[in-house]
Design a protein around this ligand. Structure first.
Ligand code: ADP
Ligand code: ZN
Ligand code: MG
Length: 492
C-alpha cells in the first residue's frame, strides 16, 4: 500500500510584478500597455551600440515601498547584473537584473490559513529587473516580435520554500497582489501579465528536514491555474516517490486546457546565464533618509487595517477581510463611515456593521455586475452615508432604501431628493397604519381564527398584506406593533 499521507509538498514562489512607472527602467520610453507594436522603443532599450542606460529613480522608489512593506532589509548598496541569453524578443542579448547583490533581502508575508491561523512566509529577496519583448506566433506559422515591453520595469519577489499547500500558495499570491496594489506600484492583473508567478515545488517525507528535488512550473495566468498546477505537480511527484522513483529537476509548462504540466524541451530550459555586473550602470545607493521618507509615505497596509477594522470597529473577520481586500473598497467603506452624522461612535451613530452590510451586499454587488472598480462606483460615499442616515432616523424603511439606492445608481441624486420626489418616505403615522391594519384584518377573518388557534406563523401574512396596502411605505416596526395589539384585542 502506498501511503501518500506520509509525504508533504514544499513550495517556493517567484513572482514578477510589473511596475506602474510611466517610463521604462533605463530609458525614457513609455510603458503604456496596448501601444502599436515596436513604437515604444529607442536605442537604449534596443541595446544599440553606444547607447547607455540611465536608471529610472521611480523604480527604486517603488521597490523600496514593497521591500519596506514586506519587512525586508534594504541594502545600502546594490548592483545590477546582466543575465545573458539568446532569444528573438531580446534584442540586447541580455536582461538587466540583480543577482548577487539585490536591493531587498529577508522579510516576510503574513497569510491566514483556514483552520490553522496566521502563518509567515519568508521572503528571500526582492530585486529589480527589466522585462523582455514578446513573440507572437501567428496563424501562418511565422513569428512576429514586439519589443515594446523590452526594458519595462519589474520587481521579482522570491519566497522561501515555506509554502506547504496549493491553498497556501494561492493565499500568499493573493497577499502579494494585495500589497502591490495597496502600494500603488503594480495593477496586479494576472490575466494581462502584470503579475506573473513561477512555482517551485518538491515533495519530501513528513519530518524530513532536507528539501527534495524541485521542479519549476511556469505559465499560470490566474490564481486558479496556480492552485491546479501545484495540485497536479504535487500529485505527480508524490506518486513517483511513493513508487520508489526519483523526481527529475526540470521546468514544466502548465497547459490550462488539458490540466497537465508538460516538461519544456530540455534545450529551452538549459540555462547558464553567465551573470556579471553590468558595467554600464553604477551601483544603487540608498541612504537612511530615503528609507525613512519612503517608510513614512506608506499607506496603512492590508493586515493592520484588517485588524483595526476588527478591533476598533467591531467587525467580524469575514467582513474585515473582504473590505480590506482592496484599498479602494476599504477607502470607500471608511469614507461612508466618516460621512455619517455622529461618527465616530457606535452607540449614538450607525454601527459599522450596518455600513459594512451595505458596502458588501449592495456596493460590491453592483461593482461586480457592472464590472467596474469601487472608484468608478456612481454613488459617492457621502451620499450612501446620507441614505443610511435616512434609514436610521426612520425616514425610509430598509426595503424602500434599496429602491432609493437603485434610483441613486441612475440619477446620482441626493437620497433625500429621491425620497421626496418619489414619495418614498416611510409612513410612521399611527392613524394611517391602524387604518390599513384594520382593513386587512376585516378582510381576513379565517386567518384571524387560525392565528388565535395558535398558528403564529400566519402573523407574517398580516404584516405582508398591510405593507402591500401601504405600498411598502409602512414603518415595519409600527406595523408589527399595531397588528399585534389588534390581534390580541380580538382574543378577548
Ligand atoms: P533556482 O536557482 O533554480 O532559481 P533558487 O534557489 O533561486 O532556485 O530558488 C528559487 C525558488 O525555488 C525560491 O522561491 C525557493 O524558495 C524555491 N525552492 C528552492 N529549492 C526548493 C525545493 N527543493 N523545493 C521547493 N522549492 C524550492
Ligand atoms: Zn527605450
Ligand atoms: Mg533563482
Amino acid at each position: 500500500m502506498k501511503d501518500y499521507g506520509a509525504y508533504e509538498p514544499v513550495i517556493g514562489l517567484e513572482v514578477h510584478a510589473q511596475m506602474l512607472t510611466s517610463s521604462k527602467a533605463f530609458c525614457g520610453c513609455s510603458t503604456k500597455f496596448g501601444s502599436q507594436p515596436n513604437t515604444n522603443v529607442c536605442p537604449i532599450c534596443l541595446g544599440l551600440p553606444g547607447s547607455l542606460p540611465v536608471l529610472n529613480v521611480n523604480l527604486v522608489e517603488f521597490i523600496l515601498r514593497m521591500g519596506l512593506a514586506l519587512h525586508c532589509r534594504i541594502a545600502p548598496r546594490s548592483v545590477f547584473a546582466r543575465k545573458n541569453y539568446f532569444y528573438p524578443d531580446l534584442p540586447k542579448g541580455y536582461q538587466i537584473s540583480q543577482y548577487e547583490e539585490p536591493i531587498c533581502t529577508g522579510g516576510y508575508v503574513e497569510i491566514d490559513v483556514e483552520g490553522e491561523g496566521r502563518k509567515k512566509i519568508g521572503i528571500t529577496r526582492i530585486h529589480m529587473e527589466e522585462d523582455a519583448g514578446k513573440s507572437i506566433h501567428d496563424a501562418d506559422a511565422s513569428t512576429l516580435v514586439d519589443v515594446n515591453r523590452c526594458g519595462v520595469p519589474l520587481i521579482e519577489i522570491v519566497s522561501e520554500p515555506d509554502i506547504r499547500s496549493p491553498r497556501e500558495a494561492s493565499l500568499y499570491l493573493n497577499r502579494v497582489r494585495q500589497m502591490v496594489t495597496y502600494l500603488g506600484i503594480c495593477d496586479g492583473n494576472m490575466e494581462e501579465g502584470s503579475l506573473r508567478c513561477d512555482a517551485n515545488v518538491s515533495v519530501r517525507r513528513k519530518g524530513e528536514v532536507e528539501l527534495g528535488t524541485k521542479t519549476e512550473v511556469k505559465n499560470m495566468n490566474s490564481f486558479r491555474h496556480v492552485e491546479r498546477a501545484l495540485a497536479y505537480e504535487i500529485d505527480r511527484q508524490t506518486g513517483l516517490i511513493a513508487d520508489g522513483g526519483k523526481v527529475v529537476q526540470e521546468t514544466l509548462l502548465w497547459d490550462a486546457d488539458q490540466n497537465i504540466a508538460v516538461p519544456m524541451r530540455s534545450k529551452e530550459e538549459a540555462h547558464d546565464y553567465r551573470y556579471f555586473p553590468d558595467p554600464d550602470l553604477a551601483p544603487v545607493f540608498v541612504d537612511e533618509p530615503w528609507i525613512k521618507r519612503v517608510e513614512t509615505s506608506l499607506p496603512e497596509l492590508p493586515v493592520p487595517r484588517r485588524d483595526r477594522f476588527i478591533e476598533q470597529l467591531g467587525l467580524p473577520q469575514y467582513d474585515a477581510d473582504i473590505l480590506t481586500s482592496e484599498k479602494g473598497i476599504a477607502d470607500y467603506f471608511e469614507a461612508v463611515l466618516a460621512g455619517l452624522p455622529g461618527w465616530p461612535g457606535q452607540t449614538h451613530g450607525v454601527p459599522a456593521k450596518t455600513v459594512s452590510n451595505w458596502v458588501m451586499t449592495e456596493v460590491l454587488r453592483v461593482v461586480g455586475e457592472q464590472k467596474i472598480t469601487v472608484k468608478e462606483f456612481p454613488i459617492l460615499p457621502a451620499r450612501l452615508a446620507a441614505l443610511i442616515a435616512l434609514i436610521q432616523d426612520g425616514t425610509v424603511s430598509g426595503s424602500l432604501a434599496k429602491e432609493v439606492f437603485a434610483r441613486m445608481l441612475v440619477t446620482r441624486d441626493e437620497p433625500r431628493t429621491i425620497v421626496e420626489q418619489g414619495g418614498l418616505a416611510q409612513v410612521s403615522d399611527a392613524g394611517a397604519i391602524e387604518e390599513a391594519a384594520e382593513m386587512v384584518l376585516n378582510a381576513n377573518a379565517p386567518q384571524i381564527d387560525k392565528f388565535l388557534a395558535g398558528n403564529v406563523k400566519i402573523f407574517g401574512f398580516f404584516v405582508g398584506e398591510t405593507m402591500k396596502l401601504m405600498k411598502g411605505k409602512g414603518n415595519p416596526k409600527l406595523v408589527n406593533d399595531v397588528l399585534k395589539q389588534k390581534l390580541e384585542a380580538r382574543r378577548r
